[in-house]
Design a protein around this ligand. Structure first.
Ligand code: GLU
Length: 394
């Protein structure tokens, strides 16, 4: 009987822990990411679905919550309008499709929310806008104002002008587009200090192995930490018109969890899914947040680096131990960047450099005392301070 009691207790305890983890009463600010797959039906937008979703968002608004939607589907809509049978692979064509599809998408959102007397607003973003502090503050101001007005901002990447790639730039470390809306939604959640990011997709949860391949794959209710094992369990492919797959969702969860934001990944086709998540039902996969990084650390971590400073093992050890990066540890420089830009330190950490790439070419391998001799007085005596260095897998 004692063991039975203990078992029962642990069940009750787990149940209450689960309840606590999924308590979203205090989640004021929610980012909702809607993927192409769940927004579309027969290669065009599923207006009925958008209507149902708008109703659920409206009930969150009535609860006093702020909701920001990150939508996909512009390219898919455009491709459908042009009667293309697949998502075009040519970047220019995809940009053209996005330009055609985006207003179609917004028209559906407007219609759907109008039924509830809710106004929507379109905000199109590029990676540069979030990387640059000034434009990011402008964005923050406009989002804050919209939310205060009770408006639902509907965000997407400005694909027609995000020139790098829409999905899979040649070098993902140096790309200038978000690449996929999973990442965009996580960056937005981080920037606006959201409490919860809900990613709605066409699968029920994260599984311990690929459910399409293995019949015995089991859904994971809660991810306490995004480990390599979790990353491995995610397949990578999306479907016909969509860009991301499970992998981009896990990466997004990582970005948001570093901002102290909870993430729920769930099937957007589950009945009343948004309201049920908010009510605390165990639905989909919940990713718990990590220690909240400071705004500056998050800005560095989420920036697109402008280049690479290759440093030696000694320098890596030093910066890991919270020491400054000195020129003596620099082996070589890749790319062209300015002082104040975010750069990679090898492929391990991101940092803000006090010197441009041209200056670092001169300084590489030199002693710190040489800096002022070579570049003149009033220059900083270190390449990057510890506060400006963030390890990617911190
Ligand atoms: N921005 C793209 C679109 O609206 C979607 C990218 C994605 O699906 O992740 O079509």
């Amino acid at each position: 009987p004692t063991t039975q009691k203990a078992k029962k207790n642990s069940r009750i305890k787990n149940f209450s822990v689960e309840k606590q983890m999924r308590n979203f009463d205090k989640a004021k600010r929610i980012v909702l990411k809607l993927g192409t797959n769940i927004l579309s039906k027969d290669d065009s937008i599923d207006a009925g679905y958008v209507g149902l979703m708008a109703g659920q968002v409206n009930s969150l608004l009535k609860m006093g919550k702020h909701v920001v939607i990150v939508t996909s589907g512009a390219i898919g809509m455009g491709a459908g309008q042009l009667k293309l049978s697949n998502k075009p692979s040519d970047v220019r064509m995809r940009q053209a499709c996005a330009a055609i599809g985006q207003p179609m998408l917004m028209a559906e959102y407007r219609k759907a929310f109008e039924q509830f007397g809710v106004t929507v607003a379109q905000v199109l973003l590029t990676a540069e806008v979030l990387n640059n502090r000034k434009t990011y503050l402008n964005l923050q101001n406009s989002l804050e104002t919209l939310l205060k007005l009770g408006v639902v901002p509907v965000l997407n990447e400005n694909d027609s002008i995000s020139t790098a790639e829409i999905g899979g730039a040649p070098s993902t470390s140096l790309r200038t587009s978000f690449g996929d809306n999973d990442r965009l939604s996580a960056l937005v959640a981080s920037k606006i200090d959201a409490d919860l990011l809900i990613i709605l997709t066409d699968i029920d949860a994260l599984y311990d192995k690929d459910p399409k391949k293995y019949a015995d794959a089991k859904p994971i209710d809660t991810v306490f930490e995004i480990t390599d094992c979790i990353i491995k369990s995610a397949g990578s492919k999306g479907s016909k018109f969509s860009t991301g797959g499970m992998k981009t969702k896990i990466e997004a969860a990582k970005v948001a969890s570093n901002a102290g934001c909870k993430i729920v990944l769930a099937n957007g086709r589950t009945k009343n899914v948004i309201e049920r998540i908010i009510a605390g039902e165990t639905i989909g996969t919940l990713f718990l947040p990590k220690r909240k990084l400071s705004n500056r650390e998050r800005w560095i971590l989420n920036s697109t680096p402008a280049g690479v400073i290759n440093i030696d093992d000694g320098a890596i050890r030093a910066v890991k131990n919270k020491k400054s990066l000195l020129p003596s540890g620099i082996k070589s420089i890749e790319g062209t960047f300015e002082a104040g830009d975010c750069i990679w330190l090898n492929n391990k950490a991101k940092a803000v450099t006090n010197f441009s790439s041209a200056e670092l070419e001169t300084l590489a391998g030199k002693h710190s005392t040489e800096i002022r001799k070579l570049l003149g007085p009033k220059r900083r005596d270190v390449v990057a301070i510890p506060e400006d260095i963030v390890f990617v897998d911190y």
